[in-house]
Design a protein around this ligand. Structure first.
Ligand SMILES: Nc1ncnc2c1ncn2[C@@H]1O[C@H](COP(=O)(O)OP(=O)(O)O)[C@@H](O)[C@H]1O
Ligand SMILES: [Mg+2]
Length: 257
């Protein structure tokens, strides 16, 4: 059975989508099979790999129109596929509100394909609404990207409370896989202060890999390819490769625990 990881943070612009696509691609480079799931109505993850957003996507899958495997598209990264997301998801969160077991739609929808991949990576929207709840219920692991800035910790308590709630009520196996620092800028002392504060509090839960600010990471999506294909030698690529190694290492450690 594949490992399902959701990227969550109700703040926008912290690196959820960037991490989903580039961790996915660097995991695929190591020979793992990866399925990306774009569960955000903005559809940024889908555009990041140049996917066709006019065809069926995750909305059609959760609404039961077609099985997940029929919505899978290849991406420019060999070994990595995607189920696209987009504007119709905005409607889904409204439609689901009155449904029974509305927290389990994504989990149910993905169940038939989770054993076909080593990693299923779910990108979630910048809110703590029903879509994010579904993404957390569908996962075994959650990664929280945090931007290295003063306000990074704002809202973290609320996010952690939500994760607890999901663990208690819907999905016992959900684990906080790690907190990932993104957009680190070594020129600012503030960044170091924030990193130290979070490490002091969360200890080993914090990934040792810190993703630096790197313009290649911001440019790659406009070309519809992950950073490792856009600029294989850049610091953005190398840092996501390091993160992939760390994720593989941690996944092994939990399996043998
Ligand atoms: N490490 C980084 N260095 C430079 N730009 C980045 C980095 N990570 C993300 N970005 C850019 O910052 C913006 C927000 O990142 P994104 O991954 O879309 O955040 P989220 O999905 O949490 O809203 C995007 O324009 C993205 O290209
Ligand atoms: Mg995003």
């Amino acid at each position: 059975m594949g490992t399902v990881i959701t990227f969550a943070n109700q703040k926008g612009g912290v690196g959820k989508t960037t991490t989903a696509v580039n961790l996915g691609a660097t995991l695929a480079e190591t020979g793992r099979t990866v399925l990306l799931v774009d569960f955000d109505s903005q559809g940024n993850l889908s555009s990041s790999v140049g996917a066709d957003r006019t065809g069926p996507g995750i909305y059609q899958v959760i609404s039961g129109e077609l099985p997940a495997d029929k919505a899978v598209q290849e991406t420019p990264q060999s070994g990595m596929s995607i189920i696209t997301g987009g504007a119709d998801l905005t409607g889904a969160s409204v439609e689901l509100v009155n449904e029974e077991r509305r927290e389990y739609f994504l989990r149910k929808a993905l169940a038939p394909v989770t054993d076909r991949y080593d990693y299923i990576l779910i990108d979630s929207p910048p809110s703590l609404g029903l879509l994010t709840l579904n993404a957390l219920v569908a996962a075994q692991n959650v990664i929280i990207p945090l931007q290295c800035e003063y306000f990074a910790l704002e809202g973290l308590t609320q996010l952690l409370q939500n994760i607890k709630r999901v663990q208690n009520s819907y999905n016992k196996e959900l684990d906080l896989f790690g907190i990932l620092f993104t957009m680190y800028d070594k020129r600012t002392r503030l960044a170091d202060d924030v990193v130290q504060e979070v490490i002091g509090y969360f200890g080993k839960r914090v990934f040792r890999t810190i993703i630096p600010r790197n313009v290649r990471l911001a440019e790659a999506p406009s070309h519809g390819i992950p950073v490792n294909l856009y600029d294989p030698g850049c610091v953005g690529t190398r840092s996501y490769q390091k993160l992939a190694e760390e994720v593989l290492h941690r996944a092994k450690a939990t399996q043998t625990r």
